[in-house]
Design a protein around this ligand. Sequence first.
Ligand code: GDP
Length: 449
Amino acid sequence: DAFGGMAEKLDKAFALLDGAKSLNAENVKAPLKDVRRALLEADVSLPVVRRFIARCEAKAVGMKVTKGVEPGQMLVKAVADELCELMGGVGAEGIKFRDDGEPTVILMAGLQGVGKTTACGKLSLAMRKQGKTVLLVATDVYRPAAIDQLKTLGTQIGVPVFDMGVDASPPEVAARGVRKAKEEDIDVVIVDTAGRLNIDEKLMSELKDTKLATKADETLLVVDAMTGQEAANLTASFNEAVEITGAILTKMDGDTRGGAALSVREVSGKPIKFTGVGEKMDALEPFYPERMTSRILGMGDIVSLVEKVQSEVKEAEAEKLKEKILKATFDFNDFVTQLEMMNNMGSMKQIMQMLPGTTKLSESEMEAAEKSFKIARSLINSMTKEERQFPDMLVASTTAESRRARIVKGSGRTEADLAQLIIMFGSMRGKMQQLSGELGGEAGNVGLQ
Ligand code: GDP
């Protein structure tokens, strides 16, 4: 996994601040030094790390330490904010489609072997799923095998591929492809350009010409995440020569240390738009800086959950929830409120990652979690107000059994579903009680141990 082990290292770094009363130039030095080391070990390029650490330091020093939050947590927040910013801020930047009826032209650039052709296929499939018609254009006239590879991919995913063999120049092929797309009223043209083993002048000037000839709307640089800090130089060169509009980071599923993800934006000012996470055609994901941040830091804690909630829903609502968490009087009503909030945010997975102990959930586990939340919602909806307020009624009362039977019947779920919900709720409340102690709830502001 990318960034493996980084979270632990950072955890230790932030623990250096245990017992501190504030953040100042002196006490942030040691933890930030560890952050710096962790980033270098993750293969982030040195200049990028230097600037990053300087920004973290500037941000952290003088941050107001508020009641209930420890300086160590504040530093986590500062680093997380800067990390997110480093990767482009909040939200994923997708493809900007034209809205004038002309096809949107996407030029795919990159060195040979980085996964460019694969990315062309993945992107086509993603667009198709959005209901767009796509034309792939094969312009690698130097490698007939590359043209064949794209054609095979096209057949596989049901997307037409335009090529002119090896006798035309790449800009010519690309321009003809775009013209064909216009004639046929196709929405998106994805141009696979020639890849070379190294950056050279010919590659760049050809790319420039192709960009001009197609009036490309997007020029996406495909970067192999395994190349680590070299990715920074590569991105800078391509951006200087042809002005990219974004990047696709491939092979993030592999044994990469992930540093490339942190460098691309910093050296080019352009966002990573997608990541490749496997060889299959559906292994493409939008790139969300904030998700990547929580993956890197692995700091799944209730503080960020509360923050997230605060930013998405009414302040007052969030305050109440925070209060409940701190007082550990969290009941099924709050649980359902929280579920509604998650629903509203549409980023349930993100929230899941912030819950304590759930940082390492895989995609399929999250899917399962999403499903079990749905079940939970229907069960809770079938509970009476009282039952929601006093969840123990469903376990330790003389009427528990008939209550459970009624809920199961009303929700159309099973006894096992309800049993699981009760267990899940119990463990969540347990974690909150534990955190409440750590965060200094009613018991007083004792701080993290
Ligand atoms: P190109 O020369 O840049 O067009 O590279 P290809 O698209 O032919 O990909 C080179 C190799 O990398 C192939 O074996 C792909 O299956 C593999 N590959 C591409 N993208 C990914 C990815 O996101 N994850 C993994 N694990 N392999 C990938």
